[in-house]
Design a protein around this ligand. Sequence first.
Ligand SMILES: CC(C)(COP(=O)(O)OP(=O)(O)OC[C@H]1O[C@@H](n2cnc3c(N)ncnc32)[C@H](O)[C@@H]1OP(=O)(O)O)[C@@H](O)C(=O)NCCC(=O)NCCS
Length: 150
Amino acid sequence: MHLKKFSPEDIVDVEELEKRSFEVGPYSREELVDLFNFPGAFNLLLYDGNRLAGYVVAVGLDEASANIESIAVDPDLHGKGIGSVLLKGIEEEMVARGYRVCVLEVREKNDQAIGFYNKHGYRASEVLENFYSLNFKGSRHGLRLMKKLA
Ligand SMILES: CC(C)(COP(=O)(O)OP(=O)(O)OC[C@H]1O[C@@H](n2cnc3c(N)ncnc32)[C@H](O)[C@@H]1OP(=O)(O)O)[C@@H](O)C(=O)NCCC(=O)NCCS
């Protein structure tokens, strides 16, 4: 397994992983390209040989805080610590870039992701009513989670 930065030729792999990871509202190829190229965005991809195992993209919000815009691991590889490697890697990069707080939004019914973030020290700071345009498990509400970075 090796970590790398996104390059344009990775987009096919990321789009495929995105579709397999989010049953509701995956980013389109165009949205992913915009996200990876957004000013102030930074990312990590984890490849197992030629196979993309997971990716994470973050964006600076202000001087102190950065937001995880998206994180996904190949569904066949869940529960093996890949998400944790990506999360720790992007948190380290946030600290290196001078950010002190990591913020993210998650669907209130996404128990898997909420459990994952809680395990890594994230706590809910706000309920986001009807934050999402599409329903997931009957809800469009979100949670804003935050973590103070070391
Ligand atoms: C969230 C995600 C990135 C985690 O990746 P992963 O590689 O499976 O994560 P890890 O193996 O590093 O960590 C697993 C931890 O997640 C949590 N977790 C996993 N499944 C869970 C579930 N069904 N309920 C609650 N917590 C769960 C547990 O804390 C677990 O730790 P444990 O094995 O010690 O119990 C992955 O599940 C994913 O890609 N989900 C789909 C996309 C998504 O929802 N992204 C987040 C959008 S905000």
